[in-house]
Ligand binder design. Structure first.
Ligand SMILES: [Zn+2]
Length: 428
């Protein structure tokens, strides 16, 4: 049993909660001048998991584009349907996803999607936390023309001004889709805007071999090399997938401190490949785990990514000693926070956000426990999301005994079901 003291503080009109002491029950180290609540749990208390690459509102498209290559999946099914989305669709898709994420113990997601106000509203209403990085992508039948890119970038700058820091739970960044869908000068402009605001620049990079081959033929070099030369990597950059990287590309990442969002399950399901996780970590590149959207995963269970990341790394290296359990768990907690440039996430430490999860230990998955160190081995290799019982975000309890307290799940299910049926009818 552990005790965590969480202290309420005021930031303008916004109340937020940070951890002020961590330790065994009874060893509180409390500051008597602060309002303090102590959280005690049966079982293990862990930091809330951090999902660094997600398009959560795609719960609306779960299961609707199966057995396709990434190229056909995007062009034939996803993008034509996304062009018909409304803000309310996105709100409900995000709301259902937030309940799913919270019940799995995921307290922060880095979201790349459209209708960013609806995403932020749903996250706040669900009591969750997110880095909201509005997507920049010309969907078929919607945006077009050269000035569209400038208009969209200006929208995101305005969104940053309005919503960054909202309720202490929303951070705002930028998410131009990929180097093969967004022109290079536009990427450079968005990167500069992001840099000016010290905001995260979040992009899909080197996801398929074909995309990389085509880009190199067109630009005479790899996407990482070309983007680095264009100044795109000079700020806070998070590159999702990053599967097809050469040694030189990884050196570019290291030099520019580009972080990687590793999405092993989405990459496996879409047959995109296996990212060079061990090589990235060995070079000191920051890596966090992401589920990707629920249309390519198809759930938002980050625990599956933890286990699959370790397994695929071992297969790729043909070495059972790489990525031990603690290192795998780190990719969804502390390492994920660092990949986002957020050392206050994914840790139970004084000054960190009071985002915490309780995991039941009275399950066969934890038997036998021969020494304390085995706890993490069992957590990663035999336990899973089903043992998460309680969840707090910013010190506020949002899941109790496995039930999400903040979302009307029946209503969210009904809304997403009806909206998904409507979107299924639309074509190109
Ligand atoms: Zn993605």
């Amino acid at each position: 049993m552990h005790g965590v003291a969480a202290s309420g503080e005021h930031n303008g009109a916004v109340r937020y909660v940070a951890i002020t002491a961590v330790g065994p029950a009874g060893d509180q180290g409390l500051d008597p001048d602060r309002e303090v609540r102590e959280i005690r749990v049966r079982g293990a208390l862990l930091p809330g998991l951090v999902n660094v690459h997600c398009h959560s509102p795609m719960t609306l498209f779960r299961g609707s584009a199966e057995n396709l290559s990434l190229d056909r999946w995007l062009n034939d099914v996803l993008w034509p349907r996304e062009a018909h989305l409304t803000a309310d669709d996105v709100y409900w898709g995000m709301t259902l996803a937030a309940a799913e994420l919270l019940c799995f113990g995921v307290t922060t997601t880095c979201e790349a999607y459209f209708f960013e106000d609806a995403v932020a509203d749903a996250v706040l209403d669900a009591g969750s936390r997110a880095v909201v990085t509005p997507g920049v992508l010309q969907l078929p039948g919607t945006g077009s023309g050269d000035d569209w890119w400038d208009v969209r970038t200006a929208q995101i700058i305005d969104f940053h001004a309005r919503r960054h820091g909202d309720s202490g739970r929303i951070e705002v960044g930028f998410a131009p889709h990929a180097p093969y869908t967004v022109p290079l000068p536009v990427l450079a402009d968005i990167a500069e805007a992001a840099r000016r605001l010290d905001a995260l620049f979040h992009i899909h990079l080197a996801e398929t071999e074909e995309e990389c081959t085509r880009f190199a033929a067109e630009h005479g070099d790899s996407a990482p090399a070309v983007l680095a030369r264009a100044g795109v990597f000079d700020g806070r950059v998070l590159a999702a997938h990053s599967i097809w990287l050469s040694d030189e590309d990884m050196a570019v990442y290291r030099r520019h401190d580009v972080a990687v969002a590793h999405c092993p399950q989405s990459n496996a399901k879409l047959a995109s490949g296996v990212a060079p996780l061990v090589e990235l970590l060995a070079r000191g590149i920051r890596v966090g785990l992401g589920t990707d959207g629920p249309a390519s995963n198809n759930d938002l269970d980050l625990w599956e990514e933890i286990r699959l990341a370790a397994m695929l790394a071992r297969i790729r290296q043909r070495d059972a000693t790489v990525l031990p359990a603690a290192a795998a768990l780190d990719l969804a907690t502390r390492g994920a926070g660092l990949a986002l440039g957020r050392p206050d996430l994914g840790v139970l430490a004084v000054g960190a956000k009071a985002d915490m999860i309780a995991v039941r230990l009275d399950d066969p998955a934890f038997v036998p426990l021969l020494e304390d160190a085995q706890l993490i081995e069992h957590l990663v290799w035999s336990a899973s999301s089903r043992l998460v019982t309680d969840v707090w975000v910013g010190g506020r309890q949002v899941v109790e005994a496995g039930r999400c307290l903040t979302v009307d799940l029946d209503e969210a299910r009904r809304q997403v079901e009806a909206r998904a049926h409507r979107l299924m009818q639309v074509g190109v």
